[in-house]
Design a protein around this ligand. Sequence first.
Ligand SMILES: Nc1ncnc2c1ncn2[C@@H]1O[C@H](COP(=O)(O)OP(=O)(O)OP(=O)(O)O)[C@@H](O)[C@H]1O
Length: 253
Amino acid sequence: MSILTISNFTRQYENRTVVDDISLVVGKGEIVAIVGESGSGKTTLLNMISGNVKPETGHLFLENQELDLQFDRLIKEFPEIKLVPQDYRLKPEHKIWENIDLALTRYTHEYRRERVMELLELCGLTQVKDKKPREVSGGEKQRTAIARAIAEEPQVLLLDEPFSNLDSINKQKLREKLVEVIRQEEIACLFVTHDLMDAFLVADRIGVMYKGKLLQLDKPEVILKSKQEEYVSKFVSSALNVFREFFERYPNL
Ligand SMILES: Nc1ncnc2c1ncn2[C@@H]1O[C@H](COP(=O)(O)OP(=O)(O)OP(=O)(O)O)[C@@H](O)[C@H]1O
């Protein structure tokens, strides 16, 4: 079932089209990755979906209900769509559990306690709940930001480069947790990354962006063998070349 539908999103900056007529759909419990090199328009696309940046053209639907994009206000974001920015934006003076709890101030004390415990468990943070953000790993910070974003059970989770500041062990842990959380909470998840490997390891479908355009959006196996778009096959080859180089250097492995 489709949760998030965006159609014909376009945005210009200084007379340059940075997001060019993009349409896509994300389903319940589905993870879609948008990959593209730096400057291809990925963050602008996420900011438009989250309500932080106004598109010049386009429509946004949540379960077939159109959201009003003609807002003109400083308060950002739609409550059903949560964005985890690249820098997490955790509150340094608060403990991990408090950072999650702060998303729940509208609720009763009892419900907050229960939901925070549930989210700590779901995101693998119970052990570090009483630490401050500076005392935990990058992966734990990222998982705290995800827990905070999904605290109010949004329908859509947007992640900007969720794996970029992590070492390989934390990356793997986050990948596993992300898939578990998305499937369990039945959220529609869209994340952007410049690293195709992260997309291949997590996403149900991958979209490749280039100069503001979504060139192709398909299952990873289809993207892997793509002949449809020259740029897509070039982008895939560059990611796979790392493995080729590795095994050429260490042929006896
Ligand atoms: N507020 C802004 N004002 C002017 N130009 C902008 C603004 N935001 C983004 N741009 C430009 O739009 C283009 C796309 O930027 P965007 O951040 O969306 O790309 P990206 O694919 O997310 O890049 P990266 O991977 O480096 O974060 C870039 O050329 C950028 O300089």
